[in-house]
Design a protein around this ligand. Structure first.
Ligand SMILES: Cc1cc2nc3c(=O)[nH]c(=O)nc-3n(C[C@H](O)[C@H](O)[C@H](O)COP(=O)(O)OP(=O)(O)OC[C@H]3O[C@@H](n4cnc5c(N)ncnc54)[C@H](O)[C@@H]3O)c2cc1C
Length: 388
């Protein structure tokens, strides 16, 4: 393999693969360097929720643009992303009803198919769901979930068809610089040169930033999930749900229900820690919460549980754009929500790198400089920190 490239992307998760896809579409030949294999990090453990409900307009714009890819995958990318349209329900505490209304108005303004529905409608959509505490919910009939590993692999296959390359089992150990600009990377398989290096290393991205001499606020975030076998009495399936009142989300997968919790996600651990097993206590908390929202789940059974690590920033939004030496870009810090936006983020970053400006969505609010400027991203009608 030649040791020079137009662009080097560190990390082959869904974000690296999306950027490789969009660069290759523009005739640029990127080289992805991955220390393990495609989707070995957060992507391979992602719950894969695909929905547009956010309290920051640009987040919804990225999710909505990405959604066009998920639902037209064969035509726009090729291969499979495994998108399943289950419908999506956003449940909030009654005290957040006004925020829900304002956010749904913003989503409608962007063209997202979404409805405000009451407890009776929720019950009609999903009779298994307890609705005593529901005043209003947001319902996105088109949303659902996709298969993150399939998504990353399909993006990579399409990129490869246009000349992109991938080096697996190859760890980046240093960022090479010449004067004030990047010239490539040092790896466990030798040096590779390129005028542009993109850090898409997920939970490990803080280390790559340090290699480029950057001192940015960046941490690791652990998130456990579990699969529960649904009891037959529950019926065939249920929608994908984020349930802020119970600090939980869940979605179907065949006869199983995947459950994740918003709280108790430790920060600052090594992303190389054990992810084959969930943390002690997680399963008990998860079962308690899912049985509160779907009481008949008391008759379900635990199938499995495991964990994963993503990179997180202080405002729980990604760092996208140039930082540090000339030619160095950040595509990281997705803070537990970077699967559903990956197709659009890759497009926007490819535009930023090649044209100097992202035109599909204005991603300037995600510039890494915002932390030094003390301008963290906050939603006008935010529900509070998603993870705590
Ligand atoms: C359990 C869990 C559930 C989630 N659920 C959802 C969800 O439902 N919806 C949603 O939108 N988001 C979700 N997320 C978040 C989403 O999965 C991530 O934001 C997204 O996958 C990040 O992709 P990435 O490519 O940035 O990182 P990763 O997939 O982590 O990829 C980074 C890659 O970089 C590689 N790497 C690291 N260091 C080096 C190095 N030195 N040299 C070479 N390669 C290196 C790693 O091996 C890894 O493959 C979830 C995350 C987790 C952990």
């Amino acid at each position: 393999m030649s040791n020079t490239a137009d662009v080097i992307i560190v990390g082959a998760g869904v974000q690296g693969a999306s950027l490789a896809f969009h660069l290759a579409q523009r005739g640029v030949k990127p080289l992805m360097i991955e220390k393990k294999f495609i989707a070995a990090g957060a992507t391979g453990r992602s719950s894969g929720l695909v929905r547009m409900h956010y309290d920051v307009r640009q987040d919804t714009e990225l999710a909505w643009l990405s959604f066009q890819y998920f639902r037209n995958w064969k035509e726009m990318v090729g291969g499979e992303c495994g998108f399943m349209r289950t419908g999506f329900l956003q449940l909030v505490s009654p005290t957040d009803t006004d925020k829900l209304k304002a956010n749904v108005a913003m989503h409608k303004d962007l063209g997202v198919p979404v409805f405000l529905i009451d407890a009776g409608d929720v019950k009609r959509l999903a009779p298994c769901i307890a609705t005593e505490d529901v005043e209003l919910a947001a319902y996105e009939p088109e949303s659902g979930y996709a298969m993150p590993s399939d998504t990353a692999n399909a993006l990579w296959s399409a990129a490869r068809a246009e000349g992109a390359r991938l080096l697996q089992d190859c760890a980046v150990t240093g960022v090479l610089m010449d004067g004030g600009r990047v010239s490539g990377v040092r790896t466990s398989q030798g040096d590779f040169s390129a005028p542009v290096v993109v850090n898409a290393a997920g939970a490990w991205a803080g280390k790559i930033n340090q290699m480029a001499g950057l001192d940015l606020p960046y941490d690791t975030w652990r998130h456990d999930t579990m699969f529960v076998a649904r009891p037959p009495q529950l019926g065939p399936s249920h929608p994908t749900v984020i349930d802020f009142a119970n600090e939980m989300y869940f979605r179907p997968e065949g006869g199983l229900t995947l459950v994740g919790l918003e709280d108790g996600n430790p920060l600052g651990e090594s992303p190389d820690s054990d992810t084959d097993h969930a943390k002690p206590g997680f399963v008990e908390r998860g079962i308690d919460r899912i049985c509160r929202r779907i009481p008949i789940m008391e008759n379900g059974g635990l199938h499995s549980a495991h964990g994963g690590y993503d990179g997180i920033t202080p405002d729980q939004h990604p760092m996208l754009g140039a930082a540090g030496p000339q030619g160095f870009y950040l595509d990281c810090g997705f803070s537990g929500t970077g699967f559903k936006t990956a197709p659009a983020v890759g497009l926007c970053l490819s535009e930023l790198i090649l044209d100097g400006k992202a035109s599909a969505v204005d991603i300037s609010i995600y510039a890494p400089q915002r932390f030094a400027d003390n301008k963290p991203i906050t939603g006008k009608n935010g529900y509070g920190s998603q993870w705590h």
